[in-house]
Every structure is written in C-alpha cells, then in structure tokens.
Design a protein around this ligand. Structure first.
Ligand code: A2P
Length: 340
C-alpha cells in the first residue's frame, strides 16, 4: 500500500457510472487528496458530495487536467476519444470506462482478477481501458477455469440491464412500465422498441458480419484480456427489462475434462466470486440479488451432455459496479499502489 494521496478527476461524474465511481472511491477508501468532478456544460454548477463534502461540477475541457494524477472517465466514447489524450499529455493517467480505447494495441485492457500485470503498459499512452460490463463479469468467472483446464470455445447469451445504457434508459423503463400498466402506449426514445415487458436482441449497433458491436466486444475483449487469440467465441447479447445487473448463460468447452463438482470447488475459492448453486432449494444467482454488490455470482453449474468437455453456467453481476465503476476504481488502486 502507498502512503501517498492522489489528485483525482471523475469525468462524467453526473452519469449512472460516474456517480457510482464516486461511491466506489469512498467505499474503497481511495487515497484522495484533491478531487474534481467534470461533466458537460449542462451540469456545470451542480453539486455532488464526496464523504459528506459538496463539490461543484465543472465543465470538461482540454485544460481540466493540469496538476491531477488520475482521471476516471465515463462520459461516452466520443468524449473519451476527444479528451483522454489531453489528460495523458498533462500527466494525468486516464482509466477509461468507454469502448474508445479498449482494442488499441498500446492500451492495456484490465480486469484485476485476471490480468493485473497489464496495468504496467499504462506508460505507453497514459491510458488504461476498462472492459465492457458483460465481458468483465464473464472473465472473472472464467479465469480459474482457463488456468486449470484451458478454454477451447465459449457460446454466450446475455440478459443485460438497462442501467448499462445510462440514466435516460433507466427512466425509459420506469416510464414505459407505468404507462403500460395504466393502459397508455409505451413511447420508445432511447431504444428502437419498447423495452418494458420485452426483450431486444440488439445492443449497440449492428456490424457487417450480422453481429452487434456488443457481441463482438465480448469476443475481442475476452481474447485480449486472456492474451489468447485462439479461444473460439460466439455471443448473442440481449437487453431485458431489468434495472440493474447483467445475467449471462455461458457454455464453455474446456481443453481438458472438468466435472461440474471440480468447477464448483475451483470457483468457490476464487477471488471476487461467490458460487450460489443449490437449484433443488431454488438457490441460483439473480439480478435483484447481485444489485449493489461487487461480487460475481455463479450458479447452475452443470456438464453439457451434448459435447466433450462442456460446462454450462449462469453468471450474474451488478453491471454498474463490478461491470464498470468498481473495476475502474480497482484499476486505479493497482496503479496507485504499484506504479505511482
Ligand atoms: P451531463 O450529465 O452533463 O450530460 P450516462 O451514461 O448516465 O448518460 O452519463 C453520461 C455522463 O457523461 C454524464 O455525466 C454526462 O454529463 C457526461 N457527458 C456526456 N457528454 C459529455 C461531454 N460532451 N462532455 C462532458 N461530459 C459529457
């Protein structure tokens, strides 16, 4: 642990992830000296609190970063592309929650339970990327399996909460639910279709190969985090009318044979994971159970009887916490403890 304290910026401080980042800095007792909150000009002058003290939100500009050590960004990909290089140039290291820098070969993509050593590469561009929420919880659960048995192939289906889209989407689910229950029509704005009482097999934009960008993030980011381009991965990502926590059904083909009992035992000892797997007593992970926690919950662990070396499991975690803010602050902790 370091005795030093750091000057920290939260960029996108008024957003769904930004406000959670502030809470995580408090909860993880991050060694903060000066703290600055940035957002768009719309929010300048608003006030947010940190450890009971009010701090005024300022407008994010290219000159926001002088004298600061670490900037946690969650203000969208375009904002990160525009402003993260200015921060890095001013000597303020960026931990970025957007997708803007994740696949840049000179920028590390870090999940502390999986590849903490990659943080060292922050020196190349002064930026560290936080992976996509659905990727983070999956690789936390896969890491012990990858090390012990090897992974040949993954078949993924996700059930993703609206909070991942931002505060406007949370409001849209709330409004549509109330309107529909009152017999009024649902008005779609954030999503292309009604999200209340519905499922949308559409997250982010569609690409030429027929997959959505969210699906390809799971493929490419997982390979980058494990440093293994040979893992075969296919994903279907679905937005569901859940406020918080993503759920994932993951079919894993391991390189060597693993029994369900071996996987259960391995995961029960792994950091950041809790195994909830007693289906006969209705015990399995649920989004409402994971919400507000930093843990990745795994259950429904069973052998896939249709293939050699197949395992099925169900993974649930709070997408705003471990899927975004918690992981970002954990990366900042690694940086502060080991490199600054
Ligand atoms: P603001 O609240 O002023 O719009 P969410 O993902 O929940 O929608 O939040 C997005 C966050 O990113 C908010 O804090 C938002 O600020 C911030 N943001 C969006 N666009 C910009 C921008 N161009 N410059 C700075 N901050 C931005």
């Amino acid at each position: 642990m370091t005795d030093k304290a750091f000057n920290v910026i939260v960029a996108g401080a008024t957003g769904a992830v930004g406000t959670q980042m502030i809470t995580c800095l408090e909860e993880q007792d991050f060694p903060v000296d000066k703290l600055k909150f940035l957002a768009s000009s719309r929010s300048a002058g608003k006030s947010l609190t940190f450890k009971g003290k009010a701090i005024e939100v300022e407008e994010l500009t290219h000159d926001s970063f002088a004298g600061f050590d670490i900037a946690l960004f969650s203000a969208g990909g375009g904002t990160s592309k525009t402003f993260a290089p200015s921060a890095a140039e001013a000597g303020c290291i960026v931990v970025d929650n957007s997708s803007a820098w994740r696949m840049d070969a000179d920028i590390p993509l870090v999940v502390p339970e999986v590849n903490p050593e990659a943080v060292a590469d922050y020196k190349k561009k002064g930026i560290i990327a936080n992976p996509n929420c659905s990727t983070i919880q999956m690789v936390v659960a896969l890491e012990p399996i990858y090390r012990e048995f090897g992974i040949e192939r993954l078949v993924i289906s996700t059930y993703q909460a609206v909070s991942g889209t931002g505060v406007a989407a949370v409001e849209e689910l709330r409004t549509q639910t109330v309107d529909l229950l009152e017999g009024k029509p649902a008005r779609a704005g954030v999503y292309p279709h009604q999200i209340a009482f519905n499922c949308l097999p559409h997250i982010d934009v569609f690409l030429d190969n027929g997959y959505s960008r969210e699906e390809m993030k799971m493929v490419n980011e997982t390979r980058k985090i494990f440093g293994d381009e040979t893992i075969r991965i296919t994903a279907t990502t679905v937005r569901v009318p859940v406020f918080n926590s993503h759920s994932e059904s993951v079919n894993i083909q391991t390189k060597s044979k693993a029994t369900a009992e071996q996987i259960r035992e391995l995961l029960s000892k792994a950091p950041g994971i809790e195994v909830m797997d007693d289906p006969s007593n209705n015990v399995y992970p649920l989004p409402v159970h994971a919400a507000g926690k930093d843990t990745t919950y795994v259950g429904r662990i069973r052998e896939d009887e249709s293939i050699e070396n197949g395992i099925n499991m169900w993974i649930v975690s709070d997408n705003i916490r471990k899927g975004a803010a918690t992981n970002t602050v954990q990366i900042a902790q690694l940086l502060a403890n080991n490199y600054l």
